[in-house]
Structures are given as structure tokens and as C-alpha cells.
Design a protein. Structure first.
Ligand code: B16
Ligand code: MG
Length: 220
């Protein structure tokens, strides 16, 4: 790969808000008497709020009136934001900031590509908003992952061809989106049997840095 830009997923990669999503969905599911567990929660990674709730409803085999759907999504988001407001820069894994700095020093452009409408709040709470050359979030797209829209918008805004971008993702929906957009990708803490053997994997930001640096060296 000839990498000029890294596009980071947010929830599950740059931060651990995935646990907050789980807790908030669990709470609203309990209130409505819906079944919800960690296995089902895995299917919601990278998927928009609306589609997430539709997955929960399908799993429970029920339909709800639009009014109740809106009530559930709003309440889930209210609880989720309560968790977010408790976050601070100390919630950032220690290798995230130095890795972003090093990637910039290597001449790479950096972007965030997230399905979340709360992306800017999260980046602000973590104190890393200013480290990115582009931020594309859930409010800026019409189709969430696995549609490539979020990553294509980021690549466009960075003025880097999709083939020059590497997407770092923790969700299958995000890997599908990167593939559909013609981008390189690294599966982050994601070990799913459906992924091909040759897919690049990273368990921490140090490993991301190694993979990206190696690809730059090979390209020179
Ligand atoms: P919100 P990502 C995604 O973020 C989450 O993985 C997914 O669980 C969530 O439903 C979606 O954002 C929408 O989030 O309710 O905050 O708009 O992984 O694409 O950064
Ligand atoms: Mg994610």
C-alpha cells in the first residue's frame, strides 16, 4: 500500500466509548422489556443509532410505533452523553497521542471517520480534536457503514485518493466500508472468522505505527 493518509474510526479505536453504547442500549432495552446482550451489541459496532435500534427490534421479533422508536433513541442518547461528559484526556490510551504525533511527523494526513453524531463531543472530551486534518461524523453522512460514504468523504476532504488511505477499524461494518471505498485497512482488535487470512491486524497504536511505517518504507 502507498499510504498518504490514515482514517481512524472513533468508537472502539481512538477510544473505548463502545462500553458506554452497550450500557445505554442495555438500559433502554431493560426499560422496554427487550432482550439485549453483549453478543448482540457486537453487531451494533459502526452502525448508526437508528439502524442499531432496528437490529435490537428485529432480534426481539417486534415492531414499535415511530414515536416509541424516537423516544428510545433519544433516551439512549441522553444516557450515552451522560457517560461521555464524564470523559477526560486521561481516558485516552497512552499510546494514542504519541502515535498521532509521529504519523504527522512522517508526513501523513490524519482523519476521523465515524458513524457517530457525538464524534466531536468525544474528541473534545479527549482533547484530540485539533490533531486531525479532517473529521467526518454521523451528522455529515446519509448512509452509515458498511456504506463507504464516511471514508470517501474523509479522503475527499484530505484530497487523498482512496487508494492512498488506510482505514483503522474495529467493526466488520467498517472493514466492509473501507473495502467498498477501495481503501487499505487495518483490523483493530478485531478477530472475526469472516476476515481473510492476509488482513493486517493491530492490537495497539504501536502496532498501527509499525504497519504504516513499513508500508511507507516499502513504497519508497
Ligand atoms: P451515535 P464509530 C459508531 O461509531 C458506533 O460504533 C456505533 O455503535 C453507534 O451506534 C454509531 O457510532 C452512532 O453513534 O449514537 O453517537 O450517533 O465506530 O463509527 O466511530
Ligand atoms: Mg468503531
Amino acid at each position: 500500500m502507498m499510504v498518504k493518509a490514515c482514517i481512524f474510526d472513533l468508537d472502539g479505536v481512538l477510544c473505548h466509548t463502545d462500553e458506554f453504547h452497550y450500557l445505554a442500549w442495555k438500559r433502554i432495552s431493560d426499560e422496554l422489556g427487550l432482550g439485549f446482550d453483549r453478543t448482540l451489541n457486537e453487531q451494533l459496532r459502526g452502525v448508526s443509532r437508528r439502524e442499531s435500534f432496528e437490529i435490537i427490534l428485529r432480534y426481539n421479533g417486534i415492531r414499535l410505533p415511530e414515536e416509541t422508536i424516537r423516544y428510545a433513541m433519544d433516551k439512549k442518547n441522553m444516557w450515552y452523553r451522560e457517560y461521555l461528559l464524564r470523559m477526560s484526556p486521561s481516558d485516552l490510551d497512552s499510546d494514542v497521542r504519541p502515535t498521532l504525533v509521529r504519523l504527522h511527523e512522517l508526513g501523513l494526513l490524519l482523519a476521523v471517520g465515524s458513524s457517530s453524531r457525538n464524534a466531536r463531543l468525544i474528541l473534545d472530551r479527549l482533547g484530540i480534536t485539533g490533531m486531525f486534518d479532517a473529521i467526518v461524523d454521523g451528522a455529515m453522512i446519509s448512509n452509515s457503514k458498511p456504506d463507504p460514504e464516511v471514508f470517501l468523504k474523509a479522503s475527499k476532504s484530505l484530497a487523498v485518493q482512496p487508494s492512498g488511505c488506510v482505514v483503522i477499524e474495529d467493526a466488520l461494518s467498517g472493514i466492509e466500508a473501507a473495502k467498498a471505498g477501495g481503501m487499505n485497512f487495518i483490523a483493530y482488535r478485531l478477530h472475526d472468522p469472516s476476515l481473510e487470512k492476509e488482513v493486517l491486524h493491530a492490537e495497539n497504536f504501536g502496532e498501527i505505527l509499525k504497519l504504516v511505517t513499513a508500508s511507507i518504507r516499502r513504497a519508497r
